[in-house]
Design a binder for this molecule. Sequence first.
Ligand code: PLP
Length: 410
Amino acid sequence: AFSLEHISLLPADPLFGLNARYNADKRSPKVSLGIGAYRDSNGKPWILPSVKKAEELLVKDPSYNHEYLPISGLAEFTQAAAKVILGNDSIAIKEKRVLSIQSLSGTGALHFAGIFLKKFYKNTKETDGIPTVYVSSPTWGNHFQIFQSAGLKTATYPYWNNDTKKIDLKGFINTINDAPKGSIFLLHACAHNPTGLDPTHEQWLQILEAIKVNGHFSLFDSAYQGFTSGSLEEDAWAVRKAVELKLPLLICQSFAKNCGMYGERVGCVHIVLTEISEDLNAAILSQLNRIIRSEISNPPAYGAKVVSKILNNPELRSQWEQDLKTMSTRIIKMRYALRDELVALKTPGNWDHIVNQQGMFSFTALSAEEVKRLEEKHAVYLVGTGRASIAGLNEHNVKFVAEAIHEVVC
Ligand code: PLP
């Protein structure tokens, strides 16, 4: 007989559960350093000036409507987005080796990528033929469930060394060398989540070389381009180097953070092939379109139209690059403010890692118990791993947060 009684209750999602507790908290002041979303200097969500302008232009356009997009998305958006990550002069784009489709932001891109690779990736030397996706330890928690629900296996490579608070490059490279040939390696293009630690150019070269030598496939997750350093070029360095080295790769690109378009779900998958073949391009696109059609029919239009306006209009594009600087500069300033407050308070420990890390997050090295006490005693919210979203800090609350950290550490 049909029964659903065997279904068991799962715990709340760590991040969205945290957000719900924060929203329900009646104390004042309270500070959310949980979810990775940019906040302005008053702790409020920020609509980027470039986005505001693009939205005004969009709705004024007489051709504006809410018709369906093509299955693979808005071509003027996906093509411009490919240039954002690969560069205007990308040789791969010129040689027509890049296939781009629209996705439901970065998560949806990873999901399509997972389904596509499960179905078609044949290069693996795994005995059961199912490729393993290697993700960093630690990584964005959602990576595991996205790939597992696509039917892929997951494993981890060492990344964060808790003693040195640096990248465990040796452990990382050893895992690349030991993995079955043709494995899939997920690489954070920049602003590694949650550690905020990115490889240096020199370290990237070693990583990419090892991936190449072992015939692995690179799956780049690019969720923070331009948000990290303020420069779209610098934040795409590793991806572009991998393309230059002729590694077969796929990029999952999100515009959630760098355009502040979180809820609009704007993203792309770009597959960069190593050979030029019109027939293969057409075949791959046809298969991707079938996957998209069966999953979401066609992607959402509004956010893609807004971002497309920004990318294709020189004035808006330069405003966007300024907006990226505004966000990245404020975050870097808050890193220093927090570190300096902790030093001034003489909080035990060394807090330099806060300023040495990059992007939205700091891996604070606070313990789960300290994080719990921060929430319960001080109404300062961060996830149990000790990852703090620096974007939640501002001039008004940074001292309060530092004093709270001081109290829980002492
Ligand atoms: N990848 C990483 C590493 C992330 O941190 C995030 C968001 O937090 C994403 C992908 C996907 O985000 P979205 O689906 O909102 O684009």
